[in-house]
Each structure stands twice: as structure tokens, then as C-alpha cells.
Write a protein that binds this ligand. Structure first.
Ligand SMILES: [Fe+2]
Ligand SMILES: [Fe+2]
Length: 156
């Protein structure tokens, strides 16, 4: 792979991450509002609080895409695929939502690891951006794994 090809691969991977972040924003907003019940309150607050972080990831990525010679995709170029992050039929089913969040965070983690690998030793600024976002997503996943643990132990 020559350096132009490598740069194109990075732009492509960043565009995918941009898409994923925006889908996450949509779904975290929806679920943080749609859920019902006492047990859902904390999950709703957490997701609402994560929205600005995910939105900031999207903006940082968009800026990086432009900086390295790409074009930021518009809405018609986006592909939505977070099936597990849709509001459950039972709007008090927080276990389904927690599992959906963990899946979304794992998707983001995998994508940032891919970007880090592509950018390593070639594009340090993109690598740095992806490392910072990766750490945020790992923190989000850890938090929701903790919620899942409590639910599975039957304490909530
Ligand atoms: Fe994010
Ligand atoms: Fe996240």
C-alpha cells in the first residue's frame, strides 16, 4: 500500500466511525427519552450525558477527515445498522438497552482499534484522536458492563 492508498483507507475508516458516532447519538437520545420506570432512570441519565461526548467524537473525526484531504459524508451517505440499540417494545426492559449500549460501544472500540492500526507510524494525529476516542468508549463500555452485572445478580 503506498501512502495515498493508506491515507484513503484512513479516510474511509474515519467516515465509518463518523457514521457510527452519529447513529449512536440518535439512538442514545431516543432511548434516553423513550424508557420508562424507576429502574430506567439512571440509564436514561447516563445515556443523555453521553450524547455530547459522542457528538464531540463525530465533530473531531469530521475535522480530521477534511484535514487529511477527504470529504465529510452527508446524511444520505450514512448507513444505519444498530439493531440492538432500538427502543425495546417493553420500554421498561433496561437489560435489552444495556446490552444494546455494550454492543454499540464494542462496535466503536473495534472501529477505533482499526483506525489506530491503519494510522500507526503513518498519521500520528489521527492515531492520537482514535486513541482518545477509544479510551472514552472503553470507559462507557465498562460502566454499562457494571450495570449489566448488577441486573444479572438480580439486585435491580
Ligand atoms: Fe464515541
Ligand atoms: Fe461511547
Amino acid at each position: 500500500m503506498n501512502s495515498d492508498e493508506r491515507n484513503s483507507k484512513i479516510i474511509e475508516a474515519l467516515s465509518k466511525a463518523f457514521n457510527m458516532e452519529l447513529e449512536t447519538v440518535v439512538n442514545y437520545i431516543a432511548v434516553s427519552i423513550n424508557l420508562d420506570g424507576v429502574r430506567a432512570k439512571h440509564i436514561k441519565d447516563e445515556l443523555a450525558a453521553d450524547v455530547p461526548t459522542e457528538l464531540q467524537h463525530a465533530q473531531l473525526i469530521a475535522n480530521r477527515i477534511k484535514t487529511i484531504g477527504g470529504m465529510v459524508p452527508g446524511s444520505l451517505a450514512l448507513v444505519m445498522e444498530q439493531e440492538k440499540m432500538q427502543t425495546p417494545k417493553d420500554t421498561t426492559d433496561i437489560e435489552a438497552v444495556i446490552k444494546g449500549v455494550i454492543a454499540a460501544e464494542e462496535g466503536a472500540i473495534a472501529q477505533y482499534k482499526k483506525i489506530i492500526e491503519l494510522a500507526s507510524g503513518f498519521d500520528p494525529a489521527t492515531e492520537d484522536l482514535a486513541i482518545t476516542a477509544l479510551a472514552d468508549e472503553e470507559e462507557h463500555r465498562r460502566e454499562f458492563l457494571g450495570f449489566l452485572k448488577e441486573i444479572e445478580a438480580g439486585r435491580v
